[in-house]
Ligand binder design. Structure first.
Ligand SMILES: *[C@@H]1O[C@H](CO)[C@@H](O)[C@H](O)[C@H]1NC(C)=O
Ligand SMILES: *[C@@H]1O[C@H](CO)[C@@H](O)[C@H](O)[C@H]1NC(C)=O
Ligand SMILES: *[C@@H]1O[C@H](CO)[C@@H](O)[C@H](O)[C@H]1NC(C)=O
Ligand SMILES: *[C@@H]1O[C@H](CO)[C@@H](O)[C@H](O)[C@H]1NC(C)=O
Ligand SMILES: *[C@@H]1O[C@H](CO)[C@@H](O)[C@H](O)[C@H]1NC(C)=O
Ligand SMILES: *[C@@H]1O[C@H](CO)[C@@H](O)[C@H](O)[C@H]1NC(C)=O
Ligand SMILES: *[C@@H]1O[C@H](CO)[C@@H](O)[C@H](O)[C@H]1NC(C)=O
Length: 483
C-alpha cells in the first residue's frame, strides 16, 4: 500500500513538472507576443518595459513624475460654510503652484468677489441646477446630489493633461506631497478609484466597506473620471434613496464594474473629541488627508484648531513623508518604551510594552454616536487609562529645525500639567524630548513595500531631556524589549 502510494506520488510529480514546463512555455509565448505587438502603443510599451526589467532596485515607475499640475481638484462646499471653511483649504492649497480645480458652491456668497487672482484659494464654480433629480432619503439633504455632481462638473472644466481628479469636502485637508506619492504608485492611464472607508464600524456597515468616504478624499484616474462623467447623470437617477454624495459616486462606479483601491493614508476621521490615538498610530503609508478637524478638539493642546493644524503643517514642510510616522524604541536602562509619532507627539511609557501593543490606537476619542455598537471601530485599539498618573506621558511638537548635516530636529514638550509623584525611575522628570532624523525619501521600493524605521534612545545630555535618533533599521533588525 505504502509503496504504491509513493510511486503514485512520483508519477504525479513528473506530471507536475511537465505541466509546469508547459505553463512556463505558454507564458513565454504570450509574453513574447504581447511584447512584439504592443510596440506601437505607447501605454502598453510602458508596461512591457516594466515587466521586462522588474528588478526591485529599478527606479522605473509609470507615473513618478506626477505632480500637482497633473491633478484637478473638485472641492464641495456651500455658500454658508465657505467663508469659514476656506481657511482650511488655504492650509493645503499652494499658491503659485498652478493648482487646478474649483470649489463648488450653490451660489455666490453675498459681498464675495470671486477673486480669480487670489492663488491662495481655488476659484469658485457655481454648481449646476439639480432640481430635476429626485432625492428621497428621509432626513437627508438633497444637496448630496449637487455635491455628487462635482465629479461631472470638475471633469467638464475640460482641463488638459490631467492624470487624476481628486475630490474632497471643504473640511478635508490634503498633504499634497503624500497625495502625489500615493497616486504615483498607480498607472493613471488605467481605471482607478482610490480612497478609504470610515474608521467607524457602523458607518462602514451602513454605507459600504468598498465605498471611498468623501470626507477622506477620493482620487479617480482621468480615463475613469471621463467615462464616469458621461454616465453619471443617468446613473444617479437610479439612486434617489441614498443618503450622501459619496454613496452615489460609489454606486455609479460599481455599475461601471470598478472597485475601490484602499489607501489608508486617506482619513475620514469619524471619531469625536480627542483624536490623539488615531493620529499617533498612523499607518506606514504616507498621510494623505485629514477630515473633521473643525468638529473635534484641537490636535495640539493649548492651541486653537487652526493654529494646531498650521503647527502640523509646519513639521510636514520639513519632512512631508515622515509626518505622523511612528517609530518605537526601548530605553534599556530605565525600561521605558518610547514611541515617536513624528512631527506630532512622543509618548513615553514608564514600563515596557510590546511593540504590537504600542502600535494600537489608544481610545482617546469618544464615539461618533451613542449606541453600544457605536463604540466599535475598524482598527486595533488600546484602552485609554483614566488616571493621568498611570497614563503614558505625552510630549507634543514644540518646534522643528534643520540641524547639522541636513538632519531634522524636532522638539516635543509636555503640555498638560498634572500632580503625580515623581520617582527616581519615572520619566516624569523629562520636560523635553529631542528627536533627530533624516528627511524621509520614499523611492518606489519603499512606496510599494514600506518598512517602519528604528530609533535609539541616546545617552542624555541633561536630566530633563531625552534625546532620540531615528534611522533606518538594519536588514535583520528587530524592534523588541531588551531583556
Ligand atoms: C535592467 O536593469 C538593470 C539594473 O537597473 C540594468 O543594468 C539593465 O541594463 C536593465 N536592462 C534592460 C534591458 O533595460
Ligand atoms: C454687503 O456689504 C455692504 C457694504 O459693506 C453692507 O452694507 C451689506 O449689508 C452687505 N450685505 C450682506 C448681505 O452682507
Ligand atoms: C486680476 O488681474 C488682472 C490682470 O492683472 C486684472 O486686470 C484684474 O482686474 C484682476 N481681477 C481681480 C478680481 O482682482
Ligand atoms: C468642455 O468640452 C465639451 C465638449 O468638447 C463642451 O461641450 C463643453 O461646453 C466644454 N466645457 C467647458 C466648460 O468649456
Ligand atoms: C525651538 O525651541 C527651543 C526650545 O524652546 C529653542 O531653543 C529653539 O531656538 C527653537 N528653535 C526654533 C527654530 O524655533
Ligand atoms: C498655553 O499657552 C499660553 C499662551 O501661549 C502659555 O502662556 C501657557 O504657558 C501654555 N500652557 C501650557 C501648559 O503649555
Ligand atoms: C495640583 O495640586 C495643587 C495643590 O494641591 C493644586 O492647587 C493644583 O490645582 C493641582 N493641579 C492640577 C493640574 O491638578
Amino acid at each position: 500500500m505504502y509503496s504504491s502510494k509513493v510511486s503514485n506520488n512520483k508519477n504525479q510529480c513528473s506530471n507536475g513538472v511537465k505541466n509546469i514546463i508547459m505553463i512556463i512555455s505558454f507564458i513565454l509565448i504570450i509574453y513574447l507576443m504581447c511584447f512584439n505587438f504592443s510596440i506601437p502603443n505607447t501605454k502598453s510599451l510602458h508596461t512591457s518595459v516594466t515587466l521586462q526589467n522588474d528588478s526591485s532596485s529599478s527606479s522605473l515607475s509609470l507615473s513618478s513624475d506626477t505632480n500637482l499640475e497633473h491633478i484637478v481638484f473638485g472641492i464641495a462646499s456651500n455658500e454658508n460654510a465657505w467663508s469659514a471653511r476656506k481657511e482650511l483649504v488655504k492650509m493645503w492649497w499652494k499658491p503659485g503652484r498652478n493648482m487646478r480645480g474649483c470649489v463648488f458652491l450653490e451660489k455666490m456668497p453675498p459681498n464675495y468677489t470671486n477673486n480669480a487672482n487670489d492663488s491662495s484659494l481655488p476659484p469658485i464654480c457655481i454648481s449646476g441646477d439639480t432640481s430635476r433629480f429626485k432625492y428621497t432619503f428621509r432626513g437627508g439633504t438633497p444637496s448630496a446630489i449637487r455635491v455628487a455632481r462635482v465629479v461631472t462638473e470638475t471633469v467638464a472644466l475640460n482641463h488638459s493633461n490631467v492624470r487624476w481628479y481628486v475630490f474632497g469636502d471643504d473640511d478635508t485637508v490634503f498633504f499634497t506631497e503624500n497625495l502625489l506619492k500615493t497616486l504615483s504608485k498607480y498607472d493613471h492611464g488605467l481605471w482607478y478609484y482610490i480612497g478609504s472607508n470610515s474608521e467607524h464600524f457602523l458607518m462602514n456597515k451602513a454605507f459600504s466597506y468598498e465605498m471611498a468616504f468623501g470626507g477622506a478624499g477620493i482620487a479617480i484616474s482621468s480615463p475613469l473620471a471621463k467615462v464616469l462623467g458621461t454616465v453619471f447623470d443617468a446613473c444617479i437617477e437610479r439612486y434617489p434613496h441614498l443618503f450622501g454624495s459619496d454613496a452615489r459616486i460609489y454606486s455609479c462606479l460599481a455599475e461601471l464594474g470598478v472597485g475601490l483601491t484602499h489607501e489608508p493614508g486617506f482619513h475620514q476621521l469619524d471619531v469625536r473629541g480627542n483624536m490623539f490615538g488615531v493620529l499617533a498610530a498612523h499607518t506606514l503609508r504616507p498621510l494623505v488627508s485629514l477630515h473633521h478637524l473643525e468638529m473635534n478638539d484641537p490636535i495640539f493642546p493649548n492651541m486653537t484648531k487652526m493654529k494646531s493644524l498650521e503647527h502640523l503643517y509646519d513639521a510636514a514642510k520639513y519632512d512631508p513623508h515622515r509626518i505622523l510616522q511612528q517609530t518605537v524604541c526601548y530605553d534599556r536602562w530605565f525600561t521605558w518604551t518610547v514611541s515617536v509619532s513624528w512631527g506630532y507627539a512622543v509618548q513615553v511609557f514608564s514600563y515596557n510594552i510590546f511593540l504590537p501593543d504600542a502600535l494600537r490606537i489608544q481610545e482617546s476619542y469618544f464615539p461618533w454616536q451613542t449606541s453600544d455598537l457605536a463604540r466599535h471601530y475598524d482598527f486595533d485599539t488600546r484602552p485609554y487609562e483614566p488616571d493621568p498618573c498611570k497614563r503614558q506621558l505625552v510630549y507634543f511638537l514644540h518646534n522643528v529645525s534643520t540641524g547639522i548635516k541636513g538632519q531634522i530636529k524636532t522638539i516635543y514638550r509636555k503640555k498638560t500639567p498634572e500632580n503625580c509623584t515623581i520617582t527616581m525611575v519615572s520619566p516624569r522628570r523629562l520636560e523635553e524630548i529631542r528627536v533627530v532624523s533624516q528627511k524621509l525619501e520614499i523611492d518606489r521600493k519603499r512606496l510599494l513595500s514600506p518598512r517602519r524605521q528604528c530609533c535609539d534612545v541616546l545617552s542624555s545630555t541633561s536630566r530633563n531631556v531625552m534625546d532620540v535618533a531615528i534611522r533606518e533599521c538594519k536588514e535583520d533588525e528587530l524592534i523588541f524589549i531588551h531583556p
